[in-house]
Design a protein around this ligand. Structure first.
Ligand code: HEC
Length: 175
């Protein structure tokens, strides 16, 4: 009783405006088992995703989503949209278009090399001359991001040139 008495006094002496006691937390619901292969959404495409276990269909969907992210936000690099514009139409005389029949679309290694090493010097696209500088992004972007960015370009806005893999990018880096 030596300790109980002061405790009782402390309790009864509590001001009536004392906050309601917080209700007991509900018992934890069992965590739902994670789905075997969660389909990637636009928000959760990470550049560190391992796509090796994905089906061909999942892989392509993933590359398109991550590619769109790289194209529009940069995802750690410089967003392609800044220069090549929202629909890949570029800006006549300043930034070449990425839509339509283009030589670089043919070969994934060559295409990846353009992103890794950048490009400068005069080129002619659709009869228009360009002599600008595209900054190299081989350090800013990893193999998966570059594979995704070029796959996105190759399959957007009416382009239909197939997909490129991180292995293509690795080969383009000389690895
Ligand atoms: C700072 C502006 C800028 C950014 C950002 C940029 N580019 Fe470029 N890009 C250029 C310019 C300028 C050229 C043409 C260079 C020249 O005149 O030699 C070019 C050329 C290209 C080419 C070759 C076009 C052809 O017809 O040969 C491709 C492909 C390309 N860019 C893709 C991309 C992709 C994909 C990204 C994003 C990862 C990107 N670029 C980001 C400015 C940019």
């Amino acid at each position: 009783m030596r300790f109980l008495t002061p405790l009782l006094i402390a309790c009864t002496g509590a001001p009536s405006s004392a906050p309601e006691p917080t209700p007991d937390p509900k018992p934890e619901a069992p965590a739902p088992a994670p789905p075997p292969a969660p389909a990637p959404t636009a928000d959760d495409v990470s550049k560190d995703t391992d796509i090796s276990g994905m089906s061909e269909e999942e892989r392509q969907a993933f590359l398109m989503k991550l590619g769109e992210k790289v194209y529009t936000t940069g995802d750690g690099g410089i967003a392609c949209v800044t220069c090549h514009m929202a629909n890949g139409q570029g800006m006549k005389g300043a930034f070449p278009p990425l839509v339509g029949q283009k030589d670089f679309m043919g070969d994934c290694k060559n295409h990846a090399g353009l992103i890794i090493n950048g490009l400068n010097g005069e080129i002619e696209v659709d009869g228009v001359k360009y002599n600008g500088v595209m900054v190299p992004q081989g350090d800013a972007l990893n193999d998966l991001q570059i594979a995704a960015a070029i796959s996105f370009v190759r399959n957007s806005w009416g382009n239909d040139y197939g997909y490129c893999s991180p292995e293509d990018v690795k080969a383009a880096r000389g690895g």
